[in-house]
Design a protein around this ligand. Structure first.
Ligand SMILES: Nc1ncnc2c1ncn2[C@@H]1O[C@H](COP(=O)(O)OP(=O)(O)OP(=O)(O)O)[C@@H](O)[C@H]1O
Length: 312
């Protein structure tokens, strides 16, 4: 059965998870993911990302609230959900003595309707490593093997817990390209990540978790809206922040300076940048390391951590 349109493949309502000692790791979160969307869960260490993903994967029952994946309860109706989902855990933990091809074959044996192993190894760029033992793979190659195994069942929904941790810049970009191709083919992807750039680049929508709650959610543009842009530069010897025109005249809403390096925050980036550059030009000052950037997810992320920290 295939339904189309704006069907929510994942629906999470007021979800809670409490661990044995009574610790509330997930404190009532609500979000949904539509078919074909890439949704990213972000958050500081211990924010509750893995705890949430495990509930979506049906590895544990929620302490409260509701999860639906493909219209089913992933914990109680595991048999209905599991064959249609692919799971890439944080630590694969495969027998180290097996080769890449043997590992994929073993895993295919446990996967309903598995596609050919060679096909998934090709997809993740491990085809030439098929005869290499798992223990000899680099950290990044191991992550790619984990991803290959998650793709064996040609899943409709893919859960990726920190899929690019340990990958170098090229490996990370390759994985992003693969995830985008999967989305084009209609796969729904939920991923957790510590790389804000990854979420900015890949996610259609995202949620930033903080201490078990959603602190912000929406498209990357929605989450960064209302956050200031930044401008930073280094002043030459003998020049100080006080030598600039009054910051309020430049449209600056916040600043830091550790001696030479000046960091400005502004909601009027063009006005601030123009004023600073004109001042530098007139004063004959060379601004080294000049960096001007629009509000980013990083700004939103750090802002949330600070605000919530201050509110605590
Ligand atoms: N089995 C457990 N028993 C008790 N507390 C746990 C258990 N597993 C996780 N926790 C706690 O729940 C909180 C959330 O952990 P979780 O692994 O979900 O965070 P995370 O956002 O995935 O973090 P990270 O980015 O570090 O992977 C943490 O404070 C963690 O210590």
């Amino acid at each position: 059965m295939h339904t189309h349109g704006h069907e929510n493949v994942i629906e999470v309502t007021d979800l809670k998870r409490v661990y044995g000692g009574g610790f509330e790791a997930v404190r009532g979160i609500t979000f949904s993911v539509a078919r074909g969307e890439i949704f990213a869960l972000l958050g500081t260490n211990g924010a509750g990302k893995t705890s949430t993903v495990e509930l979506l994967e049906g590895l544990a029952a929620p302490a409260g609230g509701r999860v639906r994946v493909l219209g089913h309860d992933p914990y109680r109706e595991r048999a209905a959900v599991r064959p249609r989902t692919g799971v890439m855990l944080q630590e694969g933990g495969f027998p180290a003595e097996l080769t890449v091809a043997e590992t994929a074959r073993m895993w295919a044996g446990c996967t309903t309707g598995a596609r050919p192993e060679a096909e998934v190894l090709e997809l993740v760029g491990l085809a030439d490593k098929h005869a290499v033992r798992v223990k000899q793979l680099s950290g990044g190659e191991r992550r790619r093997l984990d991803l290959a195994l998650a793709l064996l069942g040609d899943p409709e929904v893919l859960f990726l817990d920190e899929p690019t941790t340990g990958l170098d810049a090229e490996g990370r970009r390759d994985t992003w390209a693969l995830v985008r191709r999967l989305r084009e083919a209609g796969t729904t992807v939920l991923l957790t990540t510590h790389y804000l750039e990854e979420a900015e680049d890949l996610a259609d929508r995202l949620a930033i978790l903080h201490e078990g709650r959603i602190a912000a959610s929406g498209t990357p543009a929605e989450v960064t809206a209302g956050r200031p842009s930044r401008m930073s530069f280094e002043l030459p010897d003998g020049w100080f922040l006080g030598d600039l025109p009054p910051l309020t005249d430049l449209g600056v809403c916040g600043h830091e300076s550790d001696g030479r390096v000046v960091r400005l925050r502004t909601f009027e980036l063009q006005r601030t940048a123009t004023a600073v550059l004109l001042w530098a030009e007139r004063a004959g000052v060379e601004l080294r390391g000049l960096d001007v950037r629009s509000a980013s997810l990083e700004e939103a992320f750090l802002g949330i951590a600070q605000e919530q920290g201050a509110a605590a």
